[in-house]
Write a protein that binds this ligand. Structure first.
Ligand code: FRU
Length: 469
């Protein structure tokens, strides 16, 4: 350790902050959120020796994007989680400005983290090291130091290693910005996790037929689904369209074929992964039974995040629910993992004209919905979802100006599957063909009301709260 430790301050922040955050009426009943401070990207999501491990970007010392550590939870079933020892803190020269995002691998029975050591200089520039850490007998992590320096031809924005095993080698994708300020994804290969060869750019702005696709690509994740290679990425600086790519930064995917020998990735267009107001930096892992699972950050950097009312209670942001991925007609589909059904209370069925149905308590609600025509769902007058023949329009007021803001999902909507948890909603469209994830902050415990003359068929459950222990 070569820089002063943050540990005493973190401990104090948690002791003071946890009761305040957990007592906040916006604090989720069953989604993962920070016990105090700021949470952003999911990191190191892995199923290892019988348990899921989920790490997260965490600033325990406040709600700003500073002092990034890796917090750590584990779970056997994706619903009951427990706190694990803080995994990484920025206490070395090579990670002094933050232990940034990365992934976890099983290296011959040793849980090993690959993360970015971020180093900022006084003149506003920065550099980045890709680093390793390995779990010790106490459940904490010992840093092994940097293994990949900043590659030539890129600015200091090179980060977020996602590492996996294929055949006899380890592979890593990195998000990067080249010297022309174009966002790229690099592919690297190693025999031992220590010595890495840069195989070059496999995707990015101006590559693979994409045209200008942003100045920086963050948080890449590359994996096989059926016989396709899917690349998740967060391209910053993509042009906003009328009804797509409306967030400050979007989260997107490419679908194609990866040729490991040529380090070449042939892919189709960039597709938005979630059409809601808050979704970013998702990460996936393989479950023991072969399912590809995803967890995302239900937040977006910059924009209006710091105006969220939970900041006054000392905490900000939460994760999405764990989701299972599948490919349908070349489309990446997401559905809540089946394990979440364990949280369900009694099942209810209701049928009738929308405007005549009683409002539902939406504090902790799972709802499946079919409709004969146009309908509006009104969540506590804070969030409105218009369902018409053209698709969905989700409306929420700006926390800054109060004006209504909109997000869209275009296409025929046959059914919706929604999860509400106090200050968040996840709307799964047509069995996961689309998703809209958003936060909202109702003035009192939310009720969900139905408006319109369409005939609705509902199935719903209230969901049990689930403490992290
Ligand atoms: C994405 C991101 C990553 C970075 C991390 C820092 O939200 O900017 O690129 O590693 O957050 O917290």
């Amino acid at each position: 350790m070569t820089t002063p430790t943050l540990l005493p301050a973190i401990l104090q922040a948690v002791m003071k902050g946890q009761p305040v955050a957990l007592g906040d009426r916006h604090y989720p009943h069953w989604h993962l959120a920070p016990v105090t401070g700021l949470l952003n990207d999911p990191n190191g999501f892995i199923h290892f020796q019988g348990r899921y491990h989920l790490f997260y970007q965490w600033n325990a010392l406040g709600c700003q994007h500073q002092h990034k550590c890796w917090g750590h939870w584990s779970s056997a079933d994706l619903t009951h989680w427990q706190h694990e020892p803080l995994a990484l803190m920025p206490d070395e020269e090579y990670d002094r400005s933050g232990c940034y995002s990365g992934s976890a691998v099983d290296d011959n029975g040793r849980l090993t983290l690959c993360y970015t050591g971020n180093v900022k200089f006084d003149d506003g520039t920065r550099t980045a090291w890709q680093c390793l850490a390995v779990q010790n007998a106490e459940g904490g992590f010992d840093k092994l130091g940097p293994v990949v320096p900043l590659p030539g031809g890129y600015t200091g924005h090179v980060r977020d290693p996602k590492v996996w095993r294929y055949g006899e080698h380890w592979y890593m994708v990195l998000g990067a910005q080249d010297l022309e300020r174009q966002g790229k994804v690099l592919l690297l290969r190693s025999e031992n996790l220590w010595n890495w060869e840069n195989l070059g750019e496999i995707a990015g702005s101006t590559l693979g037929g994409l045209g200008d696709a942003g100045y920086m690509w963050e948080c890449p994740d590359l994996f096989m689904l059926d016989d396709k290679a899917i690349l998740l990425c967060c391209p910053q600086g993509v042009t906003r369209e009328e009804k797509r790519f409306l967030n400050t930064y979007p989260s997107a995917y490419l679908c194609g074929e990866l040729d490991y020998d040529q380090a070449a990735y042939h892919h189709g267009p960039l597709v938005e992964l979630d059409a809601g107001f808050e979704f970013y930096a998702p990460q996936t892992t393989l479950a023991e039974d072969g399912r590809r699972l995803l967890i995302g950050w239900m937040g977006v950097p910059d924009g209006e995040e710091m105006l969220q009312p939970t900041v006054a209670q000392g905490w900000i942001h939460q994760m999405t629910c764990p989701r299972e991925l599948s490919l349908r007609d070349g489309k990446l589909c997401q559905q809540p993992v089946r394990e979440l059904a364990a949280l369900r209370g009694e099942a209810h069925h209701v049928d009738g004209t929308a405007s005549v149905l009683s409002p539902l308590a939406a504090e902790s609600l799972e709802l499946m919905l079919e409709s004969s025509g146009d309908v509006t769902l009104n969540v506590a007058d804070t969030l409105r979802l218009d369902w018409t023949r053209d698709g969905l329009r989700l409306a929420r007021r700006s926390l800054d100006t109060g004006e209504w803001l909109y997000r869209y999902w275009q296409g025929e909507v046959k059914r919706l599957h929604m999860l509400c948890d106090r200050s968040s909603i996840e709307i799964f469209i047509n069995d996961g063909e689309g998703v809209m994830s958003s936060r909202y902050f109702p003035p009192s415990p939310a009720m969900l009301a139905f408006e319109g003359q369409a005939h609705l068929r509902l199935r719903y459950w209230s969901l049990r709260p689930c403490m992290v222990e």
